[in-house]
Design a protein around this ligand. Structure first.
Ligand code: NDP
Length: 325
């Protein structure tokens, strides 16, 4: 059979993404053939495309999707044709109408989770899960700072942190985004204009916060350190504005014996059990209504370059999907 995919033959801007039709083999041992219903667009896809995180070329793009199992390979017992499944992280190549996936990286999607939500938010939901529960476990009564609060990870994580009993300060870069983020944050700050570090200090009566979750990177790194209380933790989990520059660890001592970590989802869902526990924890909180994860932008698969342009130009809020056309 054939599949239509987005491929890159060189790293670069959105224009390097090409739509191609290629042959697809029957599923091999442990594999499943998926007909994809919707595909998530994540910031990491832009890093893979640009070469910030280089891929061996030519390469497919995309980390997550929701689809229907069309056929199973030898040895697959957990899934059957007709199952609705999703995956996120680890196996680049999600920008496709059909694809083969290792069965061990799939999860069943509960009935209460729509296709687009599973496709566009499983990666972000699992990221929120490990950041808030396992990297720096948020406790009731704490005040936390979350950057890019109107974004995909931000929307889910800020609601989830509040469900855990935290007070959430969220940042965003424009008045419209601040208005949106105010739906799920206790306080919002425009980090493009205001002296946002001073605002965080004021909101915490000069104490600082025990944790900053920072997916923005270069632009916020220094300010994030200045928002922390002594022995607080900077969780640097992304580079939307560019990579964090190299720094002398003595800086952490000077700023209050701080902790710094640079986690990535793959290490928190490395085993089948971790993947299932993390995904199911996210699906559970979504289905119970404590986290509302929204798909705000939709593009045809053939328009994937437009989706990247919107994401990189800071024009998106919440999550974004591609629909196979
Ligand atoms: P978002 O929807 O949050 O989009 C990124 C947002 O970052 C933008 O909308 C923008 O919001 C903000 N931003 C600030 N400066 C810039 C800039 N110079 N260029 C572009 N955007 C900027 O994306 P995702 O939800 O997909 O991901 C959020 C972050 O989390 C990314 O850095 C991503 O790589 C990271 N991530 C890390 C994971 C991990 O395990 N380590 C897993 C998943 C995501 P505003 O306009 O309000 O400033």
């Amino acid at each position: 059979m054939q599949t239509t995919v987005i491929r890159i033959r060189e790293h670069g801007g959105p224009e390097v993404m090409q739509l191609e039709t290629v042959a697809l083999a029957a599923p091999g041992p442990g594999e499943v053939l998926l007909r994809q219903l919707a595909i998530g667009v994540n910031f990491i896809d832009t890093y893979h495309r640009s070469g910030l995180y280089p891929l061996p070329l030519p390469a497919g793009l995309g980390q997550e999707a929701c689809g229907i199992v069309e056929a199973i390979g030898p040895g697959v017992s957990e899934f059957r044709p007709g199952d609705r499944v999703a995956y996120a992280g680890g196996a680049t190549g999600a920008y496709a109408t059909h694809r083969l996936m290792p069965a061990e990286r799939l999860v069943l999607v509960p009935i209460g989770v729509p296709d687009e939500v599973a496709a566009a938010t499983l990666l972000r939901g699992m990221t929120a899960q490990y950041l808030l529960k396992r990297t720096f476990p948020v406790k009731r009564g704490q005040t936390i700072l979350f950057h890019a609060a109107a974004g995909g990870v931000g929307q889910i994580a800020c609601q989830w942190a509040r469900a855990l009993g935290a007070t959430v300060i969220g940042t965003a870069g424009s008045p419209d985004k601040l208005k949106l983020a105010a739906r799920w944050c206790d306080h919002v700050i425009n980090y493009s204009e205001a002296d946002w570090v001073a605002e965080v200090r004021e909101l915490t009566r000069g104490q600082g916060v025990p944790v900053v979750y920072d997916g923005v990177g270069a632009a916020t790194f220094a300010g994030s350190l200045d928002c922390l209380a002594p022995r607080g933790m900077l969780v640097s989990f992304g580079n939307a504005s560019g990579a964090v520059p190299a720094f002398n660890p003595a800086l952490l001592a000077q700023k209050g014996s701080l902790f710094f970590t640079r986690p990535t989802l793959g290490h928190y869902i490395a085993t089948r059990q971790e993947l299932l526990d993390t995904a199911n924890d996210y699906f559970h909180i979504y289905e119970h209504g404590n986290v509302r994860a929204e798909v705000k932008q939709r593009f045809a698969l053939s328009q994937a370059a437009e989706a990247h342009r919107a994401l990189e130009a800071r024009h998106t809020t919440a999550s974004t999907v591609l629909i196979p056309d």
